[in-house]
Ligand binder design. Structure first.
Ligand code: FES
Length: 225
């Protein structure tokens, strides 16, 4: 982009120089320059090259009318300059400001929420070398609602929203909680009880297993003589 800033477009010599600097084949740099619409590969308007977004959201909000303005005020064909060589235009794909459609981009700045009338004024201002207001052209900041905020307009009462502290009694109870090992034990006990109460058959089997286990445990070893 820095290289383009010098002449207003990217020359062949400039592409070669960048490739030499980065130690890569010329084609690699040319690929980047031809892929992105930000790069111009031939001379464009010296005061403004207008890129009109023609993708669906902008099209639905009237970008076709903006293109008509370009055709009547600049040149019938894209990339062709006006008589003085000061202005040119082209249609591009989405420029990422769909929420403020329709919009155009001139060099690095965007002009949004356009109407054909306001767009004509902007072109005249560029032609006259005046400073043009950047961003939304209606009464709003960035993509905020037109005319100012419509939600979250009240300042919250800090006292009312303060989180209530836990009462002292509750804190004491929390401190007196059982130690972890005891808690685990009681949990396991509860689980066992729940399992046994579910099916009497399982309960019986479990009981019998426990008894058998006990018996085998307490069985006396045969006497050796
Ligand atoms: S569609 Fe126009 S900016 Fe995204």
């Amino acid at each position: 982009m820095r290289a383009q800033d010098q002449d207003g477009w990217v020359t062949k010599r400039c592409i070669e120089h960048v490739a030499d600097m980065l130690e890569m084949p010329y084609i690699r740099v040319l690929e980047v320059a031809t892929f992105y619409t930000q790069f111009q590969l031939k001379p464009v308007g010296t005061k403004a090259h207008i890129q009109v977004c023609g993708t669906t959201p902008c099209m639905l909000r009237g970008s076709e009318e903006l293109i008509k303005v370009c055709k009547s005020k600049i040149n019938e064909k894209p990339f062709e300059t006006n008589k003085d060589g000061t202005l040119s235009w082209e249609e591009v794909e989405c420029l990422g400001a769909c929420v403020n459609a329709p919009m155009v981009m001139v060099f690095k700045d965007t002009y949004e929420d356009l109407t054909p009338e306001r767009f004509e004024e902007i072109i005249d201002e560029f032609e006259a070398g005046k400073d043009v207001k950047v961003g939304p052209q209606i009464d709003r900041q960035f993509s905020a609602p037109e005319g100012g905020m419509v939600t979250l307009t009240e300042v919250p009462d800090r006292k009312a929203t303060k989180v209530a502290k836990a009462p002292a009694k509750k804190k004491k109870q929390l401190k007196q909680k059982l130690p972890l090992s005891r808690r685990r034990q009681s949990k396991q006990k509860l689980k066992r009880q729940r399992l046994l109460s579910r099916s009497p058959q399982r309960k019986r089997r479990r009981l019998s297993l426990t008894t058998r286990h006990r018996c085998s445990k307490h069985q006396l070893a045969p006497k050796t003589t």
